[in-house]
Design a protein. Sequence first.
Length: 166
Amino acid sequence: MDTNKFNGTNYNDWLRKFRIVLDFENQGYVLDKPLPTILPEGSSPEERLTFEKWHEDNRKVRSIILASMTNEIQKQYDRLEDVPSIMLRMKDVYAVPDRHIRYAATKVFFGTKMTQGSSVHSHGVKMLSLVEKLEDLKAGLNNDTYIDVILQSLPPSYDPLLLTIT
């Protein structure tokens, strides 16, 4: 847990990993939906169980959130009782907008060049992982653009090969 602790600079990565854990535990709903505060009078036994489970899951997820923070940050959030309030405040303070992440990823993708003599396989794997990241960020590039950028990232010694491909 220490290696993935939220430290104030890793919000987006921390949240992505945290959602994976909660999805596995079927508790992801607690992050985004408001915690029901009142069980209406005359509720069915099933509604009562759902209400109680939601509060139990909120307690568990809140504990996990607080345990996955550094001590300094933990002190800022330990007085909040419901998970959505914690998540909203964390997002307001620490989230990096997707636009900034997308900009950084496209900058790396368009600026990556394979050095002469290095492994084509390693370069290809790196470029494909960047393509996947851009796709996840919905960068809006089409497949031809991805192919063109990858081919342009190869050193000049690959030019004869490129003439046969294009």
